[in-house]
Ligand binder design. Structure first.
Ligand SMILES: [Mn+2]
Length: 321
C-alpha cells in the first residue's frame, strides 16, 4: 500500500510536510503526527511543518516552521489531506525536489511524482497511522497518537460518518494503546465557546427547511459581526444540522468579501445523495456526502439547494418504485 514511501523518506535529508489552507484537525493532526514521528525517528534529518494559516483550534497544535526557499528546494515535500494544488498552504511546495501526495479525498489533481490516495479511508490521519503501524509495531508515543486520533475523531464526527469502517476502528484501537484520554480529547475537539453556542441557536432557529428534507442557512457578514464569530467558526456549525431524522441534506452558506465583492462559500452535507458533483459545478468539490462550494452569489446558492432537492426527490422516487 505504501510502496516506496519509506524509501523516499529515508533517502531525503530534508522533509517539508504540507497540508491545506484553513486547516482542520485532520490536516493538522496528520501533519503534526507525521512531523513528530519523522523528527523522533530521524534526528539527523531536517523536518518542517509548513503552512501559514492557523486552524480552528490553534491552541491544540504547535506553530508551523519558517522555511526559506533554498531549504524547500533541497527537500522532499509531502502534501497531506489536499486534493487541489491551489489549496496547498504555501505554494512553494512546487520548489521541492520531489513531491508526494497522501490523501483520502477522491483524486482530483495530480501534483506530485508519487501519490498514495486512499479515498475509502475516513481521514488522512487514518492513512498516516496505518503507514506508521506497518513500521512501528509497538504503541506510538502518546503525543503522536493524540495528533492522529484528533484528526480521526473529527473527520469521522466521532466515528459516525458513513466512511467510518472496521479499519478506522482498528486504527483507533492501535492509537488507543498509547494511553489516550478519550473524554479529554473529545472535550477539547468538540466543546464550543458560549458565543458559538448562541450562534448555533440562531442558526437552528432561522434555518430554512424545504419539504423534501433539505435544510439550509445563510450567514451574512453582519450576522457574524453581531455574534462575534469568525467565518471559520461559523463554517464549523454545519454539524448543527446533522442528526435530524427528517433532513436528507443540509447546507450552510457563509458570506465573505474580497475588495468590493460579497459572495458565499458553502458547505454541503447529505445522508445518501451525492453532493460532490453538484459542488463541482460551483467551483468546489469534495466527498460524496460532504462537499464545499466557493464564490457563489445568493442565486447560485439557491440553485444548489434546488439541485439537491431534485436529487432527494429522485432518490425517494427510486426507493418507492
Ligand atoms: Mn481530511
Amino acid at each position: 500500500m505504501f510502496d516506496g514511501l519509506l524509501h523516499e523518506i529515508e533517502k531525503a535529508p530534508i522533509i517539508c510536510v504540507f497540508r491545506h489552507l484553513i486547516p482542520d484537525a485532520d490536516a493538522l493532526g496528520s501533519q503534526w503526527g507525521l512531523v513528530s514521528w519523522l523528527k523522533l525517528t530521524y534526528p539527523n534529518k531536517k523536518v518542517f511543518a509548513m503552512g501559514k494559516h492557523v486552524g480552528i483550534k490553534p491552541e491544540m497544535f504547535p506553530n508551523p516552521d519558517n522555511v526559506d526557499d533554498d531549504t524547500i528546494r533541497e527537500s522532499l515535500a509531502i502534501v497531506l489531506d489536499t486534493a487541489n494544488a491551489k489549496r496547498i498552504d504555501d505554494q512553494r511546495y512546487t520548489l521541492a525536489k520531489m513531491i508526494i501526495q497522501i490523501d483520502h479525498h477522491p483524486l482530483h489533481e495530480t501534483f506530485g511524482q508519487k501519490k498514495y490516495i486512499y479515498d475509502h479511508r475516513a481521514a488522512t490521519c487514518e492513512i498516516i497511522a496505518e503507514f506508521l503501524e506497518e513500521i512501528v509495531v509497538k504503541p506510538l508515543p502518546k503525543k503522536i497518537a493524540e495528533f492522529l486520533y484528533m484528526g480521526l475523531l473529527t473527520d469521522t464526527l466521532k466515528f459516525s460518518t458513513n466512511n467510518t469502517s472496521a479499519h478506522t476502528l482498528k486504527i483507533a484501537a492501535y492509537l488507543a494503546q498509547s494511553d489516550l484520554n478519550f473524554s479529554k480529547l473529545n472535550e477539547e475537539m468538540f466543546s464550543v465557546s458560549s458565543k458559538e453556542y448562541r450562534f448555533s441557536n440562531y442558526l437552528r432557529t432561522h434555518a430554512s427547511i424545504e419539504p423534501c428534507g433539505m435544510a439550509y442557512s445563510f450567514v451574512t457578514l453582519e450576522m457574524m459581526e453581531e455574534y462575534g464569530v469568525s467565518a471559520n467558526d461559523a463554517k464549523e456549525r454545519i454539524t448543527d444540522f446533522g442528526g435530524v431524522r427528517d433532513f436528507e441534506a443540509w447546507a450552510l452558506f457563509i458570506e465573505h468579501h474580497e475588495n468590493e465583492r460579497r459572495f458565499y462559500n458553502g458547505s454541503l452535507r447529505s445522508k445518501k445523495i451525492a453532493v460532490n458533483d453538484i459542488a463541482q459545478q460551483y467551483r468546489g468539490g469534495g466527498h460524496r456526502n460532504a462537499a464545499a462550494v466557493k464564490g457563489c452569489s445568493k442565486e447560485e446558492a439557491l440553485e444548489i439547494i434546488q439541485k439537491c432537492c431534485l436529487r432527494i426527490k429522485e432518490a425517494k422516487h427510486n426507493d418507492t418504485v
